[in-house]
Design a binder for this molecule. Structure first.
Ligand code: H13
Length: 253
């Protein structure tokens, strides 16, 4: 849950009289479904493995639009001792963000659309060899149950949206992104009583996909260099952070 003090505005839509719907409900649904399809597509054709470290694999496809690098990225990782819910929760929740994000100057929530969907405004560190970037995106967390026996799939989607509280102020450049974190929990040798499951019996299979348009021209080689360095760094730092944070806490299924 988001501390009330951090929310700049609540949605104008009265969700309670609108079946919990808000102005972006249909967009959120469409993008979530697209990611659930896309996550199944494999990386055997046209994807380059650009980084591997133990269980972590980072793939990308080199794509340019009007001379701008917009390389799609797909990462896989397996993390011992945490659930998909824990990984997604720490990724989505505002209060942990600055503890694991190293590429941000600031983050704030400018609107809460429903308990699972908020709009963030973020200022990115100037790691790019060009103007500073900002971003404004809805961020949605969801649990999808597969069957009675299986553990549910958890996912978070971050998707760029315009917002009156976040106008683009030149020379600031806006990143355009469509990012998803999709997690499954695997339980090995499940005990008869679910209450007896220990952290040593669980692992999380994570897929992270990113389509990011830098919003303006950046030298291709420099941008690809930054991406190749920063995505693996993010995955390693973020997942270690969640392992540390949850180590002595009850398991959140
Ligand atoms: O996904 C990551 N962070 C999210 C939470 O801060 C925000 C992210 C997002 C980015 C941009 C716009 C909207 C949302 O989902 C981790 C991101 C790691 C970034 C590594 C740096 C990559 C550099 C590539 C630059 C492409 C322009």
């Amino acid at each position: 849950t988001v501390p009330v003090s951090t929310i700049v505005s609540k949605s104008n839509d009265d969700n309670s009289e609108n079946n919990g719907k808000h102005r972006l409900t249909d967009d959120v649904e469409r993008i979530v479904q697209e990611h659930l399809q896309y996550v199944r597509e494999d990386v055997s054709n046209g994807w380059d493995l650009i980084h591997q470290d133990g269980e972590m694999k980072v793939y990308r496809r080199e794509v340019e639009e009007n001379g701008i690098v917009v390389d799609p990225l797909k990462c896989f990782h397996t993390i011992k001792g945490v659930t998909g819910h824990e990984i997604c929760r720490y990724f989505w929740e505002f209060q942990y963000r600055m503890e694991w994000e190293t590429t941000l100057d600031s983050t704030k929530i400018i609107e809460a659309l429903d308990p699972d969907t908020v709009i963030f405004f973020q200022l990115h560190k100037r790691v790019w060899p060009a103007a500073q970037r900002d971003s404004c995106f809805w961020s949605h967390i969801r649990c999808i149950s597969n069957s009675d026996e299986d553990q549910p799939t958890w996912l978070v989607v971050n998707y760029t949206t315009p917002h009156p509280l976040a106008p683009i102020k030149s020379p600031q450049v806006r990143l355009v992104a469509n990012v998803a974190l999709i997690c499954e929990t695997i339980i090995s040798e499940p005990p008869l009583n679910p209450k007896d499951i220990k952290r040593e019996n669980i692992q999380c299979k994570l897929t992270y996909v990113a389509f990011v348009n830098p919003g303006g021209w950046v030298p291709s080689a420099a941008l690809r260099g930054v991406a190749k360095r920063e995505y693996p760094r993010f995955l390693k730092r973020f997942t270690s952070y969640v392992v540390e944070q949850t180590r002595n806490k009850p398991i959140l299924f």
